[in-house]
Design a protein around this ligand. Structure first.
Ligand code: ZN
Ligand code: ZN
Length: 648
């Protein structure tokens, strides 16, 4: 047997006999590392510790402090869950069990839905299997043998998965925990070496599901759980989860009367009066940001002939997500994105280098035919609008335009008090165009990030095949990250749509397109804001900014006058004229999270004042109406924290 050379992250190398498992490399480095090892990266690919090294390779051992540990332990814990369920519920059939950003889940076909006591029993069984420290063993089975095994065990869904995922392969990989009688799953891996390393997990909830998320398929029961490499991380997450439950935008959206849904319009929100106000406030805010930045707003059609989607490539790659319409024997589709409409708009005139950059902004609705099983609140919808825009630039304008965009993103998130971070994704293995063009674009993106003073992480090879991109994650008040803004370079669509401009040399050139959005979708961004602020919107966003509360009937006329003056000053003011006790009205307004409650009685009516109470409970006492208006307008203008009304 020959020798292979292994290069370690510190640049050192060592030689081992060919076929040595990566665990052997860890043992050679230190017994401590071997004990902590969970898996390894071999030439960038995550593999089990038993993976044999058959050629020279760069090797990095993965331990619980490695970034890869999180998904590895979640995925492995999902198997542990399936092992516990099949053990406790004989005849239970396994679907799929992926790791997710939040933890993991596993879908099962069972005779009856799981109840909370089941989840406790299942978690207990998982702890027991973990304590037994059973090895995860990888076995390569001939494909037909694997199919026969799962068929015999009454798992037709696994047979279907093997059929779909391993076409043309001779062998498929199956993992067993303990021995084939205990639990075998079809999976490509990798996993932690044994169940003993899985100590910090929690089973969370259960829900209805369907095979492949499609309501026409086999109904299933989903069990959700989470797992972390360390106990500290798990505890922090569970605390966050408690907080998130209180802030759930679906719950608050109902309580604050912002939006509702109906089964006859799955995945499409009915925006109620207050939700519509919030929506428009954000839409107009974005217009106010983009217009001075050189963007023009357009409205392009919602429905297009199939020919457009063939040109853009959506017909080939995205058709299953599009709503199709038949009209006069033509197939049409409701648009899932604005891009092609903007390309046609660009191409509707001859463009000169003097016109560039051209920045088209649009907020019309988009529809994507998501399977009903994945729809949830405002975060997974079928109908939504984006703060979408496309910038058409010359090659040498990319850097400047991207720098302007980064500053715009920064400014917008600052206005909402949302910290954020940036990721640069570069050329993937399969890409369109010339390496030199990509290198040039990537160096312009890096330079733009540097000039804007923006720290970023690098996702090497993670760009789209048609261009590199920068993504932005915001972090909400309870520490969750949400991906929102994106800046995506595109060299492909200008070709597909034969987009041109006349250069200074009087010949035709190809512009580059930058797809960009800052909120992402309004629907999802509103969900994030509701949860970020826990429904207590800052004054500039609050659908109702102030509510006037008369103490008795005889104060109604004065109260109406106060409301009208606030409205005339551009504030969103309401009046609670109901014949209820003032204490009740105040409590109700607090529950509705109205920033200011303006109480009026005899004294206020006589002196032309209002008694200002803050949502948080602060009592600011009698204030002249004009003084309150000035302060409230200032607070809206500066998007600031509540101004000290008492100061006036
Ligand atoms: Zn697996
Ligand atoms: Zn686009």
């Amino acid at each position: 047997m020959g020798q292979v050379t292994v290069t370690l992250p510190d640049g050192s190398s060592r030689t081992v006999p060919a076929g040595t498992p990566v665990r052997g490399v860890a043992e050679g480095i230190s017994p401590r590392l071997a004990k902590a090892a969970l898996a390894a990266l071999v030439d960038g690919r995550l593999v089990d510790l038993v993976h044999p090294l058959d050629r020279d390779a760069a090797v990095r051992i993965v331990t619980d402090s490695s970034p890869e540990a999180l998904m590895l332990c979640r995925h492995s814990t999902a198997h542990l869950l399936a092992a516990a369920v099949t053990n406790l519920f004989p005849g239970a059939q396994c679907g799929i069990g992926p790791a997710t950003d939040e933890g993991f889940f596993y879908d099962f076909v069972v005779d009856r839905p799981f109840v909370p006591e089941d989840l406790e029993t299942i978690e207990k069984k998982m702890k027991q299997l973990a304590a037994e420290d059973l090895p995860y063993e990888r076995q390569m089975w001939p494909r037909e043998q694997a199919k026969a095994f799962f068929a015999r065990r009454g798992e037709p869904l696994k047979v279907q998965l093997i059929d779909e995922k391993t076409e043309g392969q001779r062998d498929v990989s199956c993992y067993t925990i303990k021995d084939p009688e205990t639990f075998v799953d079809f999976c490509t891996g990798p996993h932690v070496p044994s169940t003993g390393t899985l100590k910090t997990f929690k089973i969370l909830s259960t829900s209805n599901a369907y095979w492949k998320g499609d309501a026409r398929n086999q109904p299933m029961q989903r069990i959700y759980g989470t797992a972390f490499p360390t106990d500290k991380e798990l505890k922090a997450y569970l605390t966050q989860l408690e907080e998130a439950k209180k802030r759930d935008h679906r719950k608050l959206g109902r309580e604050l009367r912002l939006f509702t849904f109906h089964q006859w319009a799955p995945g499409a929100a009915f925006w109620l009066e207050k939700g519509t106000t919030l929506y428009h406030t954000l839409a107009n805010y974005m217009r106010g940001v983009l217009s001075p930045a050189g963007y023009v707003e357009v409205k392009t059609p919602l429905v297009y002939n199939k020919a457009l989607w063939e040109r853009s490539g959506h017909w080939k790659h995205y058709r299953q997500n599009m709503f199709l319409i038949e009209s006069e024997n033509e197939t049409m589709s409701v648009k899932p994105m604005n891009c092609p409409g903007h390309f046609l708009t660009y191409a509707s005139e001859t463009r000169s280098y003097r016109d560039l950059p051209i920045r088209l902004h649009e907020q019309t609705p988009l529809h994507r035919n998501e399977v009903s099983g994945v729809l949830s609140g405002l975060t997974r919808v079928r109908q939504f609008s984006q703060d979408d825009a496309h910038c058409f630039v010359m090659q040498d304008q990319i850097g400047d335009e991207v720098e302007r965009l980064i500053r715009l993103v920064e400014r917008v998130y600052d206005d909402f008090g949302l910290p954020f971070s940036a990721k640069l994704s570069t050329r993937p293995e399969e890409f369109l165009g010339e390496v030199a063009t990509w290198d040039h674009a990537e160096s312009q993106l890096r330079a733009a990030l540097d000039r804007a003073g923006m720290a970023y992480t690098l996702n090497e090879g993670d760009g789209a095949f048609y261009g590199p991109k920068i993504d932005f994650d915001v972090t909400d008040a309870i520490g969750r990250k949400w991906q929102c803004a994106t800046i995506q370079l595109d060299y492909a669509q200008p070709e597909n749509f034969d987009l041109k401009y006349i250069g200074a040399d009087n010949t035709e050139h190809r512009p580059v397109v930058i797809h960009r959005a800052i909120f992402g979708s309004f629907e999802r961004f509103i969900a994030i804001l509701i949860e970020h602020y826990a429904g207590a919107f800052p004054l500039w966003l609050a659908p109702v900014q102030a509510i006037v509360l008369p103490i008795a009937d005889r104060h109604a006329a004065y109260a109406g006058e106060v409301r009208d003056r606030l409205r005339a000053a551009g504030l969103r003011a309401e009046l609670d004229e109901r014949q209820e006790k003032i204490g009740y009205k105040i409590r109700e307004a607090q529950l509705q999270k109205v920033p200011y409650m303006l109480v009026v009685g005899d004294r206020e009516a006589e002196t032309g004042t209002i008694s200002v109470r803050e949502r948080s409970g602060g009592d600011k006492g009698a204030t002249p109406i004009d003084a309150f208006i000035a302060l409230a307008r200032d607070e809206v203008e500066t998007k600031g924290t509540p101004a000290a009304v008492a100061r006036g």
